[in-house]
Design a protein around this ligand. Structure first.
Ligand SMILES: *Cc1c(COP(=O)(O)O)cnc(C)c1O
Length: 441
């Protein structure tokens, strides 16, 4: 069976052939590879090709695919039943493990995805403050909830083109919802502002939600003073500060981005790494805020599979592999990777920048350092597509979208990364030809 055959079958029965839009390769062209299995830094497709995988489930995997300790934890948990509808000890252990690493989380609630975590945190912030307005940053992605999709980077950045220019409602303040099917009323209380600028807030604001390191518009680090500035701006008007650490949590540092940058939010959203590759999200924060949740308080939030036994087993096993030393290893490797990639780009005459924060690595195809979404969107998407395919042909899988980032993990040792860098040299030459042919008339 070939990838093309399977994709044709998939397209017949699944919209676009995929269960999450970016996977369809719409932004880069071509046919997606269908994975049969994965191990460590590698995935194999149905044609038997092996790729060095830098997608790593968009950041859900940090210890490498099919890590024996995680697989074993899931197997053992599955043998005891897959879901009960009653609490379990592992849910308590995972909440405690999160609080130990992220001290701003007095209390934690588990959900089943990052989207659910942000949706629930927003509802809680509104319920706690009695206010409606949510401030979000252009280019930050917080999952696909109605109120938060507007200008949210990642796959949404490419929606207009894929859909042939979707017709979207626009609310009175001019906020476009980001997707058809989201009414203007759903974003009437969403205000979008530019990343890396502390907005002026008033007392209608329930919360400010932010990716502490923006990782869905390529990689954009917070400017000095940005996160602290948000903290004070929120305090001045009694708004809550929500950090969306779905990507950064347990990845950029032991204590997440908030530990790394020394900022204390009121609420934090988690996902990805804490599920060890299973369906998990969580949100946590100040006890007085969290105690507004049902059954203690008036803010309703629930889930049949929340705190699922397999997911909590996988999450605990993943966190267990991540001692503070692991972050030194990850950061060191990612730093060397970014530096070596930059060397290859320069050598190939490709105008591009490799950026790094902790173990997150981004590539921007342009000649300056993006600080917000307007900058980030000036990346040369055609050059990215060329780079992406040149890498894939040579056995290195990046995410099929110019606004996604690379996730080197504990399984990407120096030998693996050396191969990535070598391949990137050839791919940079291919991309440079595309970028050059476009910029010269
Ligand atoms: C992936 C992501 C989400 C959404 O998580 P899902 O599990 O895909 O619903 C939310 N916020 C950020 C920052 C993300 O990267």
């Amino acid at each position: 069976m070939t990838n093309a055959e399977l994709f044709a079958r998939a397209c017949d029965v699944i919209p676009g052939g995929v269960n999450s839009p970016v996977r369809a390769f719409g932004a880069v062209g071509g046919t997606p590879y269908f994975v049969t299995r994965a191990e460590g830094p590698y995935v194999w497709d149905v044609e038997g090709r092996r790729y060095i995988d830098l997608v790593q489930s968009y950041g859900a995997i940090i210890a490498g695919h099919a890590h024996p300790r995680i697989v074993d934890a899931v197997r053992r948990a599955a043998g005891d039943g897959t879901s009960y509808g009653a609490p379990t000890e592992r849910e308590v252990q995972l909440a405690e493990a999160i609080r130990e690493r992220v001290p701003s989380c007095d209390k934690v609630r588990m959900v089943a995805s990052g989207t659910e975590a942000t949706m629930s945190a927003i509802r809680l912030a509104r319920g706690f403050t009695g206010r409606s307005r949510v401030v979000k940053f252009a280019g930050n992605y917080h999952g696909h909830g109605d109120a938060l999709l507007a200008e949210s980077g990642s796959g949404v950045a490419q929606l207009g083109r894929a859909a042939g220019g979707a017709q979207l409602d626009v609310d009175e303040a001019g906020t476009s919802p980001g997707s058809a099917g989201v009414p203007a009323s759903a974003v009437a209380d969403t205000t979008i502002v530019a990343y890396n600028q502390v907005p002026h807030l008033d007392d209608s604001v329930a919360c400010v939600i932010v990716e502490p390191v923006a990782a869905n518009m390529g990689l954009v680090a917070p400017a000095a003073g940005f996160l602290d500035g948000l903290r004070s701006a929120c305090d001045q008007v009694g708004a809550l500060l929500i950090l969306d650490e779905v990507i950064t949590g347990f990845r950029v540092a032991w204590g997440g981005a908030q530990g790394h940058y020394g900022v204390r939010p009121d609420l934090t959203c988690f996902g990805k790494v804490i599920g060890g590759g299973l369906n998990v999200g969580a949100f946590g924060g100040r006890a007085d805020v969290m105690d507004h949740l049902a059954p203690l308080g008036p803010v309703y939030q629930a889930g049949t599979l929340s705190g699922n036994p397999l997911a909590t087993a996988a999450g605990l096993a993943a966190l267990d592999l991540l001692d503070p030393d692991a972050y030194d290893t990850l950061g060191g490797r990612a730093g060397r990777l970014a530096c070596a990639l930059q060397g290859q780009f320069d050598a190939a005459g490709l105008v591009a920048r490799a950026t790094v924060v902790g173990s997150l690595v981004g590539v921007y195809f342009g000649d300056h350092h993006p600080v917000d979404y307007a900058d980030a969107r000036r990346t040369d998407e055609a050059a990215y597509a060329a780079f992406f395919h040149a890498m894939l042909q040579r056995g290195v899988a990046l995410a099929p979208g110019a606004y996604e980032i690379a996730f080197p993990g504990l399984a990407h040792d120096d030998a693996v990364l050396d191969t990535v860098v070598e391949v990137a040299g050839e791919a940079a030459a291919v991309a440079a030809a595309v970028a050059g042919s476009r910029s010269s008339p």
